[in-house]
Write a protein that binds this ligand. Sequence first.
Ligand SMILES: *[C@@H]1O[C@H](CO)[C@@H](O)[C@H](O)[C@H]1NC(C)=O
Ligand SMILES: *[C@@H]1O[C@H](CO)[C@@H](O)[C@H](O)[C@H]1NC(C)=O
Ligand SMILES: *[C@@H]1O[C@H](CO)[C@@H](O)[C@H](O)[C@H]1NC(C)=O
Length: 592
Amino acid sequence: MASTTRYEPLDIDENVEHPSRRFSNTLLRNPRLQRYVLLALIFFVALSVFGIWRRPDVTGSGDTHGVADIGKIFWVNCEPLLQGVDCGFIVAPKDYSNHKIGTVSIYIARYKARRVPKKGAVFMNPGGPGHPGTPMALKKRLAMASIIGDDWDLVGFDPRGGGQTTPATRCFKSTEAFRRFFANTVVERGVTISSVSNLAAPTLRSLLVDQYNEFVRLKKEQGDICRMNMGDELRYMGSAMVARDIEFMSRVLEGNEAKINYWGESYGTVIGSNLINLFPERIGKVVIDGVVNPVVLSEEPTYKWPSDWLSDSEKTYELFLKDCSNAGPSRCPLAKFQGEPHQDIEARIEDFFDSIAQNPINISLGGRLGAGRGFLTSGTARALLLVALHSPNNWPHFSQTLASVMASNTTAQAALYDMAFPRLQEPPHPPFARDLERQAITCLDAPVSSFVSAGELADQTIKTLRETSKHFGASTGLSEPDGGCEFWPSNSEVERVEMRLDEANKKMKMEDGDRKILIISNTADPITPLSSGLLVNSLLADSSTLVIQDGPGHCSTSFLSRCMKDLQKAFWAGEVPTNGTVCRVDRKTFPD
Ligand SMILES: *[C@@H]1O[C@H](CO)[C@@H](O)[C@H](O)[C@H]1NC(C)=O
Ligand SMILES: *[C@@H]1O[C@H](CO)[C@@H](O)[C@H](O)[C@H]1NC(C)=O
Ligand SMILES: *[C@@H]1O[C@H](CO)[C@@H](O)[C@H](O)[C@H]1NC(C)=O
């Protein structure tokens, strides 16, 4: 966070009524209460004089606020300044079961409703985990308003540990130190497999074990570094805590009675599931788009997650190859001619991956990060192909780059390498973090971890390659770098909440018959499969409605569907779509 001089006193915005102010207003009007308050004050003064009750020491918390500030908002100037948007820090307890432990200051940006009557506030999260959410109310505010409507306040916030919220995850002294730690390691290069054509070969297992040995060593060291520099601070950053923050912020901004409204995509759906799980009776409207299986996340160790996430990745890749074939070389240079069998395009790409599995491509870094050379590995290139499948709008550009890379174009090779390691970009753009914000969340969401050996990691990867995705079963490590949670500080001492959406469903059903949860899944999402949307829909059988976007890409927002946008807007306006509604997409993946 920037310097504290940016802070302004709380009470500049007269529209905001936060609980502590409302409380004191009531007190001032009631003489009997005033007497009690006076007695209580004398009591606390006495306690503190005798040292029995002491303000906890928050100097080590990394947050500039104290427990006396809990529930307050410190407004600051937004960057950039924008008409109708205000920014601030909401001070919340670090631990909701023990306020004395200290505070977190959650950075929020609120794009105010432009139409009266205002319906309420919608909290938003873009995924990650670990990505800041304030840009959704700043840079992306018009896009968000176009699907939610202009009669809602749109509130983006930086979840604990990331963005400008404090304390931030800072295991490393700087982003450069963080990147240097992983530079040219298996974490940065991605996991390489020799060839998809011999997934049964014993050499594959030994190749993987070698890489995972390095992985386990790095993760152990990573845990030690985080323990040393962050210690207990990392105990309070899981998704359940973020859900509690939303409930708290809703009361601060909208009052105790207001229903909680939420919009989340990708990992943001995990926050949504936690919110529904913890506060079913407080839910107003929730949209979750690109659903992550919340049961797998809370019950399985991190290294088993990809086998669930990748369920539709092969389907998406096949669609990419077929569309490329139909488009032909003028629009998709990976194809030799229009209508070329997609299997032939696939085989050529695999030949290329196999050749760089043997001989990674040297990339001149021109002295960046003090390193002379980097290596474009098969692990990296394959992982980037998976990431490219997330965004169909980018398929034409990506296919051009990959085709140039395969034709030994060194400019294109350097460009592809930089896609994976944007070492010079500050701030780093997602999915590449500035520190271990992601692990700070995933290691708390996963169950308590026991040691996982390199052999077990290799066997699980082989299983995922064989049973779920032969092309990408080893490829999530680069953009979804989880693992090593057994070495994570306080691994066994954090709050873990049982995920019982079926129970939440019963509570919501009893309250009223409305379907408050809108679930959106694509038919070909390479990382959040339709099966996860169906699962959450079945657990929330009476309180949710599932709508399906028939097309490729990660989350419905990755590819235009006017039908889906209209349907979502109608939902926020009060019209619940029929469960099972299917929306078509409006564009071709390789347009003319
Ligand atoms: C790539 O770099 C490696 C190690 O730095 C070197 O041994 C190899 O000759 C280089 N290959 C090419 C084609 O430049
Ligand atoms: C090499 O790749 C770059 C970047 O993708 C591209 O602009 C350039 O035209 C390519 N050069 C050739 C000779 O194809
Ligand atoms: C909603 O629709 C989907 C897709 O047709 C279906 O599989 C699912 O069972 C339905 N859910 C409920 C709760 O009826």
